[in-house]
Design a protein around this ligand. Structure first.
Ligand SMILES: [Zn+2]
Length: 130
């Protein structure tokens, strides 16, 4: 395993640790202060690759989503779920995650308040309405 892989792994572990506390770990460009997901390698505004990690509340509002009626592995007890894109309340960044218990659009109007509650190894962020 190369050194960059192990660095990436620890970033992922950090992200998971924060998600389990209900927070989102993001990268802030040290040059222009642009805030991005921790999965990016270059700032999309100034192309700097120098970041510092910042954490924000995992609360936000639903921007868009798709409803899936067949739950993926690990969620066989969930009849249906939504794959949700939501915008964080505290910064202008969109994040995606998994919200169980959504079977029709009436269950999840756009703009609904949701929050990060956990992280699943395969499926990523786990959300709930609040
Ligand atoms: Zn930048």
């Amino acid at each position: 395993m190369s050194e960059s892989n192990s660095t990436k792994q620890s970033t992922r572990e950090q992200f998971i640790k924060y998600a389990k506390k209900g927070e989102i770990l993001l990268n802030q460009c040290t040059k222009c202060k642009n805030i991005m997901l921790e999965t990016v390698y270059y700032c999309d505004k100034c192309f700097s690759n120098s970041f510092r990690q910042v954490s924000y509340s995992g609360r936000g509002r639903v921007v868009t989503y798709t409803i899936q009626s067949v739950a993926p592995e690990g969620f066989e007890d969930v009849s249906s779920y939504a794959w949700v894109i939501f915008k964080l309340d505290d910064c202008d960044v969109n994040v995606s995650g998994f919200l169980p218990g959504v079977s029709t659009p009436a269950d999840l109007p756009l703009g609904s308040k949701i929050q990060v509650i956990d992280f699943h190894e395969k499926h990523g962020l786990i959300l709930q309405k609040y």
